[in-house]
Design a binder for this molecule. Structure first.
Ligand SMILES: *[C@@H]1O[C@H](CO)[C@@H](O)[C@H](O)[C@H]1NC(C)=O
Ligand SMILES: *[C@@H]1O[C@H](CO)[C@@H](O)[C@H](O)[C@H]1NC(C)=O
Ligand SMILES: *[C@@H]1O[C@H](CO)[C@@H](O)[C@H](O)[C@H]1NC(C)=O
Ligand SMILES: *[C@@H]1O[C@H](CO)[C@@H](O)[C@H](O)[C@H]1NC(C)=O
Ligand SMILES: *[C@@H]1O[C@H](CO)[C@@H](O)[C@H](O)[C@H]1NC(C)=O
Ligand SMILES: *[C@@H]1O[C@H](CO)[C@@H](O)[C@H](O)[C@H]1NC(C)=O
Ligand SMILES: *[C@@H]1O[C@H](CO)[C@@H](O)[C@H](O)[C@H]1NC(C)=O
Ligand SMILES: [Fe+2]
Length: 467
C-alpha cells in the first residue's frame, strides 16, 4: 500500500516535473531535483538591492517587527549615516490625516575597526487591530514613508498567513528567494525568520558593512511587514582574536524584539501572539539546560498558552532536532533531549528550524521514551508531536547541503536540497495549509505541501505517507 502510494506519486511527478525522480526507501521521499548545485556568490556592493536612498541623512535599512505580546505595537528600526537625526516616527491611520508621533532612541556600536551608523529603534504602541497605518521616518532631514498592517485581534478563528524564511544571506539566490516570496499569490502577512541573517561573519573581520547591505536588501519586504527574528550561529560573531567576545553584538544592536512582553530576560528567547497563533522563539546558542534562564522561561511559557485563545502553537529555533542531512547532523540533539517531552505534552503543532541549507519535513514523531536503560531509542509515530520542518534554504553564500544520510529514516517525510521559502495559511481553529516553494529561475514551484490539523482541537492523523 505504502509502496503503491509512493510509486504513483513519483509517476505523477515524472509526468509534470520532467527531470525529477524520487528515491524510494524505508522512509519518506528524497527528491533528487537539482536546479543548480553551484554556490551562489554574494551580490556585489554596487547591486541595485544595496542602493543607498538619496538625500541628506536619509533613513536606510528600515525594518519592523511586532512590538508587544498581542500585535498592537510595532518596533520600527532604521539607520542614518550622516548624523544622528531624529528617532521620532510620525504615523497615521490610512484614512485619517491626524498624525501622531512616537519617540525612539538612537545608538551606535563598534565591531573591531567598524563603527555602525546611527541605529534608531522606536516602538509605536496601542495601534488598532486590523488597520493599515502609514509611518514616516527621518523627520528633520530626508524623510521616507512606508505602510504596515496591524493584524486582527488575537482569537481562535482568525485566519492568518505566515511566510517562513531561513538562512537568507545576500547572494543572487537570496534575492530569488525573497522575490519568490513577494510574488507568491499566497500573500504572506508576516515572516517567521529562522536565523542566520546577513552572513557578514563570512567576510574578513566579519565586515559589518555587510550587515548594512543586508538591511538595505531586505527593506523592500521588512519595512512593510514584520519579520519575527530568531538568532542563528551566524549571529554569534564571537571572534576573540580581534577582541570581539560579546556574543550576538551586531544582531542585538540592530534587531530589537519585544522580549519583555513575554517576561523573558533576554531578547534571544521570547514569545508573541499573532492572530490565532502563539509563537515561541528559542535560542539554539544560549544555555537551555535545566535551571538556566531559557529552560525556566520555556517551562512557564508552555503552561501559559491558552489554546482556546490561540489554537496554533508554533516554535521557531535555528538548529533542527530532526535532521537527516549530513550537514549539522545531530547538532540539535542536546536541546531535543531537554525540551522534547514538554513539546509533546503541550501538543506543539509545528517546529520550524533553519541551519541546514536544504529542506526537510518530518512525520509527527517523538523520541521521548528512552531513559538510558530501556533501549527504546527509536523515534516513534506520535500524534501529540509536532511536525518538524527544516527550511534553512534561503540561499546564502555557503551553498546547498545536498548530502543526506542513507537510507532516509522513517520519520523523514520529504527532503530536498533546493533553495526556497514556505507559507503557512491558518484557515481556522482546526485547519492550516502548509507549502514549501522551491526557487525556480523566474518563479517558485510548490514542491511539498500538506493540510495540517490542529493538535489540540483536531488531532487527526495528517501525515502524507500513512502506513
Ligand atoms: C477609518 O477606518 C476604520 C476602519 O479601518 C474605521 O473604523 C473608521 O471609522 C474610519 N475613519 C474614518 C474617519 O473614516
Ligand atoms: C579594518 O581592518 C582591515 C585589516 O586591517 C582593513 O582591511 C579594513 O579596510 C579596515 N576597515 C575599516 C573600516 O577601517
Ligand atoms: C537633521 O535633523 C535633526 C533632527 O530633526 C536636526 O536637529 C538637524 O538640524 C537636521 N540637520 C540638517 C542639516 O538639517
Ligand atoms: C533582485 O530582485 C529584484 C526583484 O526581482 C530585481 O529587481 C533586482 O534586479 C535583483 N537584483 C539582483 C542584484 O539580482
Ligand atoms: C482562555 O481563552 C478563552 C478565550 O479567549 C477565555 O475565555 C478563557 O478565560 C481563557 N482561559 C484562561 C485560563 O485564561
Ligand atoms: C556525505 O557525508 C558523509 C558523512 O559526513 C561523508 O562520509 C561522505 O563522504 C559525504 N559524501 C559526499 C559525497 O560528500
Ligand atoms: C476550517 O477550514 C477547513 C479548510 O478550509 C474547512 O474544511 C473546515 O470546514 C473549516 N472548519 C470550520 C469549523 O469552519
Ligand atoms: Fe546556521
Amino acid at each position: 500500500m505504502k509502496f503503491y502510494r509512493h510509486f504513483s506519486f513519483a509517476f505523477l511527478w515524472v509526468l509534470i516535473g520532467g527531470s525529477e525522480t524520487f528515491l524510494l526507501s524505508k522512509g519518506g521521499i528524497t527528491s533528487t531535483f537539482i536546479r543548480n548545485e553551484e554556490k551562489s556568490l554574494d551580490m556585489p556592493l554596487e547591486s541595485d538591492v544595496f542602493r543607498i536612498p538619496s538625500g541628506y541623512n536619509a533613513p536606510q535599512q528600515v525594518h519592523i517587527t511586532q512590538g508587544d505580546h498581542v500585535g498592537k505595537a510595532v518596533i520600527v528600526s532604521w539607520v542614518t549615516e550622516d548624523e544622528p537625526g531624529s528617532s521620532t516616527v510620525l504615523y497615521w491611520r490610512h484614512n485619517s490625516s491626524n498624525k501622531q508621533t512616537a519617540n525612539g532612541k538612537v545608538s551606535t556600536y563598534t565591531y573591531y575597526n567598524y563603527t555602525s551608523g546611527y541605529i534608531h529603534h522606536c516602538t509605536i504602541h496601542n495601534l488598532e487591530f486590523n488597520t493599515k497605518y502609514y509611518y514616516k521616518v527621518g523627520i528633520g532631514n530626508t524623510t521616507r514613508t512606508f505602510w504596515l498592517m496591524i493584524p486582527p485581534k488575537v482569537g481562535p478563528n482568525v485566519p492568518y498567513t505566515f511566510g517562513i524564511i531561513g538562512d537568507l544571506g545576500q547572494t543572487f539566490d537570496s534575492n530569488r528567494t525573497l522575490s519568490n516570496y513577494e510574488m507568491n499569490p499566497v500573500k504572506g502577512e508576516t515572516v517567521l525568520f529562522l536565523g542566520d541573517l546577513s552572513y557578514a561573519d563570512e567576510y574578513p573581520f566579519h565586515d559589518n558593512a555587510r550587515w548594512d547591505t543586508w538591511g538595505r536588501f531586505v527593506e523592500r519586504s521588512v519595512a512593510y511587514q514584520p519579520w519575527i527574528w530568531t538568532s542563528g550561529n551566524h549571529e554569534l560573531d564571537y571572534e576573540p582574536k580581534i577582541g570581539e567576545t560579546k556574543l550576538f553584538k551586531p544582531f542585538l544592536n540592530r534587531y530589537h524584539v519585544p522580549f519583555k512582553a513575554s517576561k523573558s530576560t533576554q531578547p534571544l528567547w521570547y514569545s508573541i501572539k499573532r492572530a490565532s497563533a502563539y509563537i515561541i522563539i528559542l535560542s539554539s546558542y544560549s544555555a537551555y539546560g535545566k535551571s538556566t534562564p531559557q529552560y525556566k522561561w520555556v517551562r512557564k511559557e508552555l503552561r501559559k498558552v491558552n489554546r482556546s485563545e490561540t489554537p496554533w502553537l508554533i516554535v521557531l529555533m535555528h538548529s533542527p532536532w530532526y535532521n537527516s542531512n549530513n550537514a549539522h547532523f545531530m547538532e540539535g540533539e542536546t536541546m531535543r533531549v531537554v525540551f522534547e517531552p514538554f513539546f509533546v505534552q503541550s501538543k506543539v503543532d509545528i517546529v520550524f528550524a533553519g541551519h541546514v541549507h536544504a529542506y526537510e519535513r518530518s512525520e509527527r514523531v517523538s523520541n521521548i521514551a528512552y531513559n538510558i536503560v530501556n533501549g527504546r531509542c527509536t523515534p516513534v509515530k506520535d500524534q501529540s508531536a509536532p511536525v518538524y520542518i527544516t527550511i534553512g534554504d534561503g540561499g546564502n553564500i555557503q551553498g546547498l547541503a545536498s548530502n543526506f544520510t542513507e537510507p532516509q529514516p522513517a520519520y523523514s517525510a520529504f527532503r530536498e536540497a533546493s533553495f526556497g521559502h514556505a507559507t503557512l495559511e491558518i484557515m481556522n481553529q482546526t485547519h492550516a495549509f502548509y507549502a514549501w516553494h522551491r526557487n525556480g529561475d523566474e518563479y517558485s514551484v510548490q514542491a511539498d505541501s500538506l493540510w495540517l490539523y490542529n493538535r489540540y482541537w483536531y488531532p487527526m492523523d495528517d501525515s502524507t505517507a500513512k502506513s
